[in-house]
Each structure stands twice: as structure tokens, then as C-alpha cells.
Design a protein around this ligand. Structure first.
Ligand SMILES: Cc1cc2nc3c(=O)[nH]c(=O)nc-3n(C[C@H](O)[C@H](O)[C@H](O)COP(=O)(O)O)c2cc1C
Length: 339
């Protein structure tokens, strides 16, 4: 990789924390972020993260072992906080000496951050607001990811640019904050680094890399799509707070509306409680995403994608994507007017 001096200097803290050459994380993507993509990202100088999703501890065990066989570089594991076997999954990570665990999907349950740290691993948490970010740091999080609503997959209500302005000035000088959501090019990376970010996390830009096992039809849907095709799901029942998901418009997004009505009826009839209702919704997404990513059913499956999908035009090796992002960032920083 050519010397990207200015970018590397701004990424130095993030690189030290991650143990990488660049402070670019590939965010965990269920079904996509498995051994092949994760090892390719880490081998190319980024930080790959395995998406545990709904995997059992046995499956996660096998996935980590297989990833270690493909890379000697550090990588992380993303665990969903509402997984019923979260603490067993934490043990699996410890058994393999996983260096970084990312906790996604809500506030970490009591004892989870401590359990991860006891094993010597670092904990990365998602901070949806400044107040929660401060709380997570006080509770032991080693780094934060702030992810705006431009992102693919499950999203919060606030855009990346606003979150960055609300959170970076207060927290980034003394803490490690990575910015995610809507980043497709290096110029944007340069901007967030200048605002104090320790690094960035991208998902959409990497989902269709040559090393990604996503089905050809899934990749083609990405290459055809523009920013406005990546829409957030709509909540139909005010009593059933579903976390919105950003995906490419198709029959699957319509089916989600029908699914919510079905689950709301079960809730009305007292056949499920709120927790079960929300789990049913999450299972719907996991199944639908698998259908699109693995089976290539881009009509009925869920093609989760962020608004940066319009900047993904072809299949490229991970190393080329990272090199391009770094070069774009460097060029942007070099073109800044000297003080
Ligand atoms: C297909 C897809 C699946 C995703 N699955 C997960 C997941 O399982 N867990 C998670 O924490 N984030 C998930 N994400 C979010 C990414 O990790 C990442 O934060 C996000 O893609 C960054 O925004 P961007 O898509 O604008 O680059 C997913 C994103 C996509 C596009």
C-alpha cells in the first residue's frame, strides 16, 4: 500500500486499538460477514468482524476457527445483545482468544461487558445518543461506533452527519469513536477523521466484494441500485416498536408490513408478549436476509443495503476497495488549503 501519510496519522489511534494498518472496519453483516470476507478484510489491512447473528455457540466456534485458519491478523466478533445464549457466545470468543467483541442490538445486558473484559478482549458498543455513549464508556466500553440512519440493516433515526456533530466534539478527543453509515468514498472518511473519529466502519461498500459469498443475484441488485432504492422499513402498529431496517425496495419489504400486522394480531390476542413479538420480527429479518444473500431470491428476500449502495458499481477485491478509500481520503486531505 502506498504511503497515505495524512490519513494514517489521523487513523493512528484507531489502528493501534484494532491492531491494523488502516482504521477501517467492515461492519458485521449477517450471512455476508463470514470467514471469507472477514479474513479478506483483515488480510488487506482492515478489520473484519464476524456476524454471529442467530448462530449457536457451536456454529460460532466453527466460524471463528475457520477464520483463524485464513488469517493471522486480528478480527472481531459481533454479538447481538438479545441472543438467548449471549454468555455462551462470549465464552466461545474467549476460548479462541478473540481480541475484540462488538455488542450490537441494544444496551448490553448486565455483566456482559465485564465478562468479555475478564477474558482480556476489548469491547466495542454502538452509541445511539451522546448520553448513552457516555454511559457505555462509564460501563467499560473500550470504543464506540456511532451509526447513522443512512446505513444498511437495522438503523436508528438520526443521520450520520448529525450524530457525528453531536458526539465527536464531546467524546472523540479522549475516547475511541468510529463513524458508520453512508460512507462510500474516502473523502467522507477524511472528513470524519478530521472531526476526531478514530476510524470508520463500512458495510454496504464491502458487501459485494469479490471475496463476499453473497449470491450473484444479490450482488447484481446492489450494482443496479441507487441511493433512493435503499429505503427504511415502515412501522405499522404504534404498539409494536420495530427497529427499522434499510434494504432495497422489493416484494420482501412489502411482506414485512404484512408480517407486522400478523404479529400485532398475536399481541392483541395475548398469544405472545412484547418480547416474543419483537423476536418474531427479528427472526423474519434473519430468514429474509438469508434468502437474498445465500439463495439469491432478490424478489422475496431482504436485500439489506445502505444509501451508499449507489456508489457500489462492480465486484472488486477487498484490497482494491481499501486502497481506493485510503487514496481518496489522502487526496482530499492533501488538497485542503494550507493554514
Ligand atoms: C446486508 C447487511 C447486513 C447487516 N447485518 C448486521 C448485523 O448482523 N449486525 C450488525 O451489528 N450490523 C449489521 N449491519 C450493519 C453493518 O455492520 C454496518 O454498520 C453498516 O452497514 C454501515 O453502514 P453502511 O451500510 O452505510 O456502510 C448490516 C448491514 C448490511 C448492509
Amino acid at each position: 500500500m502506498t504511503a497515505n501519510t495524512k490519513t494514517s496519522a489521523l487513523m493512528a489511534r484507531g489502528c493501534e486499538f484494532l491492531g491494523t494498518e488502516t482504521a477501517i472496519l467492515c461492519g458485521a453483516m449477517s450471512w455476508v460477514s463470514e470467514r471469507n470476507l472477514v479474513s479478506a478484510i483483515s488480510n488487506a489491512g482492515g478489520f473484519g468482524v464476524i456476524a454471529c447473528g442467530a448462530m449457536t455457540p457451536e456454529l460460532l466456534d466453527a466460524e471463528i476457527a475457520a477464520t483463524k485458519a485464513l488469517t493471522a491478523k486480528p478480527f472481531g466478533v459481533n454479538l447481538i445483545t438479545m441472543h438467548p445464549m449471549l454468555f455462551d457466545l462470549i465464552d466461545v470468543c474467549a476460548k479462541h482468544g478473540v481480541t475484540h467483541v462488538v455488542l450490537a442490538g441494544g444496551i448490553p445486558p448486565k455483566g456482559s461487558v465485564e465478562a468479555i473484559k475478564e477474558n482480556g478482549a476489548k469491547v466495542i458498543c454502538f452509541a445511539p445518543t451522546l448520553a448513552l455513549g457516555k454511559k457505555l464508556l462509564r460501563s467499560g466500553a473500550d470504543a464506540l461506533v456511532i451509526e447513522g440512519s443512512e446505513a444498511g440493516g437495522h438503523i436508528g433515526p438520526v443521520s450520520t452527519s448529525v450524530l457525528a456533530q453531536e458526539i465527536l466534539p464531546s467524546l472523540a478527543a479522549d475516547n475511541l469513536v468510529f463513524v458508520a453509515g453512508g460512507i462510500g468514498r474516502g473523502e467522507a472518511i477524511a472528513g470524519y477523521l478530521e472531526m476526531g473519529a478514530a476510524g470508520v466502519q463500512l458495510g454496504t461498500r464491502f458487501a459485494c466484494a469479490s471475496e463476499s459469498i453473497a449470491h450473484e443475484a444479490f450482488k447484481k441488485a446492489f450494482f443496479r441500485a441507487s441511493a433512493r432504492d435503499a429505503v427504511a422499513s415502515v412501522q405499522v402498529d404504534p404498539r409494536l416498536p420495530v427497529i427499522p431496517v434499510r434494504a432495497l425496495k422489493n416484494k420482501g419489504t412489502e411482506e414485512f408490513t404484512a408480517k407486522q400486522i400478523e404479529v400485532a394480531r398475536l399481541l392483541d390476542a395475548g398469544e405472545v408478549d412484547m418480547g416474543e413479538a419483537q423476536l418474531k420480527i427479528e427472526h423474519f429479518w434473519a430468514g429474509a436476509l438469508r434468502r437474498a444473500v445465500i439463495d439469491g431470491d432478490v424478489e422475496n428476500g431482504s436485500i439489506m443495503a445502505g444509501q451508499s449502495v449507489g456508489m457500489v458499481g462492480k465486484e472488486e477485491p477487498v484490497a482494491d476497495i481499501i486502497a481506493a478509500l485510503m487514496a481518496e481520503s489522502e487526496s482530499a486531505l492533501s488538497n485542503r488549503v494550507a493554514a
